[in-house]
Design a protein around this ligand. Structure first.
Ligand code: SF4
Length: 239
């Protein structure tokens, strides 16, 4: 049995399991408050700076204004994403935002595994540039936050507010599980939040440059991720 750094032995007594949120934030603020009260500085937000990330950052700043936020800097993101991070740092100067890089530079990765690994073995590339760095970033952390929403994809439809995370041996807290894409954008507009300008150019979901394209299916907001590679997740949210 895995030794989780939490008290929930079988997760049957996890908070918010059968919780029916009724507030404006669909439970997100309450779950965030509980998360920081329970885990304090041991709670890390792994943020991709997508639209959901802007909502969570704004809410987090109201609960714990010096929260720790990690961005997995694969070194192959759009300039618009790096520009957004600068804007967020300026808007929320107390937040501790860390850009976590992989052990291998892109040149070193090309030397060891060949060029454009993302085209040939995207799972291996994600492992090197995302999963390993997140493992390192979460070492010592008891719990982490994610902006997953249930209606993002079938694979995410069973996500709970509080989840046992087998891969990272921790607790994964997802305050936005009940939010729709429209809810996210209403909040962004209502609070005049910064966001990645690529969202206005046909990119609802934004990751690394080689693995992100404009959506091909307007009903599937993630259809522009790893298009044609038979891959839908980077692996961070799968065990
Ligand atoms: Fe590599 Fe693409 Fe994964 Fe980024 S999203 S780490 S480029 S495979």
């Amino acid at each position: 049995m895995l030794d989780y750094p939490v008290t929930y032995r079988d997760f049957s007594d996890v908070p918010f399991m059968n919780y029916e949120p009724s507030d404006d934030t669909k439970g997100a603020l309450e779950v965030l408050r509980w998360g920081y009260e329970s885990y304090g500085d041991s709670l890390v937000y792994a943020c991709s700076f997508g639209a959901e990330g802007m909502v969570l950052i704004d809410m987090i700043s109201k609960v714990k204004n010096d929260a720790k936020i990690v961005f997995l800097d694969t070194e192959i993101h759009f300039q618009e994403t790096y520009d957004l991070i600068d804007d967020v740092k300026e808007k929320y100067p107390e937040l501790r935002i860390e850009l976590k890089k992989p052990e291998l530079t892109l040149d070193e990765q090309a030397e060891q595994y060949g060029s454009a690994l993302w085209n040939r073995k995207p799972d291996q590339c994600c492992f090197i540039r995302k999963i390993k760095p997140l493992e390192e970033a979460l070492s010592g952390a008891v719990a982490w936050l994610s902006g997953l929403r249930r209606d993002q994809s079938p694979a995410r439809s069973n996500t709970e507010f509080v989840n046992k995370d087998e891969r990272f041996k921790s607790v994964k807290i997802c305050p936005l599980i009940h939010w729709t894409w429209d809810n996210v954008w209403s909040y962004i507009r209502e609070h005049n939040l910064p966001y990645n300008e690529l969202h206005d150019q046909g990119y609802p979901s934004i990751g690394c440059i080689p693995c992100t394209s404009k959506v091909t299916d307007s009903d599937d907001l993630r259809s522009g991720r790893w298009a044609g590679l038979n891959k839908t997740e980077c692996g961070i949210h799968t065990s």
